[in-house]
Design a protein around this ligand. Structure first.
Ligand code: RB5
Length: 150
């Protein structure tokens, strides 16, 4: 089944989120926009939570979160069991966090990366598969930490 991406941002990532939506419309990637809907100041954990709940609930298969740095969004998203959020600003890291960590949320900094690079990061994120194998064991160990260390 075709993956639907959950997108959200705070005010610091709003313009980048809109660019990602335009790009996904152009290349035919399905998404649901969970806000925010303007550059008015909002609290990023609220938007991280919306995307994580959509993924955990099965409405979406993965997500992209944009804030000023991508960091606040990633810290908030990684509080949710089953979420593996990675903040990245280079294609190598995005490729490997999909291949090795099975990252299901990409966090981008709207004040860090330019639009051209950000869209390339999204392209890599949506087109790279998890390798499984020895990495599945390690991802399983991360999942175990959710019950042993919370
Ligand atoms: C908002 O000013 C900013 O703190 C937020 O977008 C993000 O960068 C937090 O990590």
């Amino acid at each position: 089944m075709e993956k639907i991406y959950a997108l959200a941002s705070d005010h610091g990532g709003y313009e980048l989120k809109e660019e990602i939506k335009r790009h996904f419309d152009e290349i035919g990637i399905k998404y649901i926009d969970f806000g925010t809907n303007s550059t008015a100041s909002v609290d990023y954990p609220e938007y991280a939570a919306k995307v994580c709940r959509a993924i955990i609930g099965g409405e979406c298969g993965a997500g992209i979160l944009c804030c000023g740095t991508g960091i606040g969004m990633s810290i908030a998203a990684n509080k949710f069991d089953g979420i593996r959020a990675a903040v990245a600003s280079d294609t190598f890291s995005v490729r490997y966090t999909r291949m090795h960590n099975d990252a299901n949320v990409l966090c981008l900094g709207g004040r860090v990366v330019g639009v051209g690079l950000a869209l390339e990061l999204c392209d890599v994120f949506v087109s790279t598969e998890f390798e499984g194998g020895r990495h599945a064991k390690r991802v399983g160990m991360i999942t175990e930490l959710e019950s042993t260390h919370r």
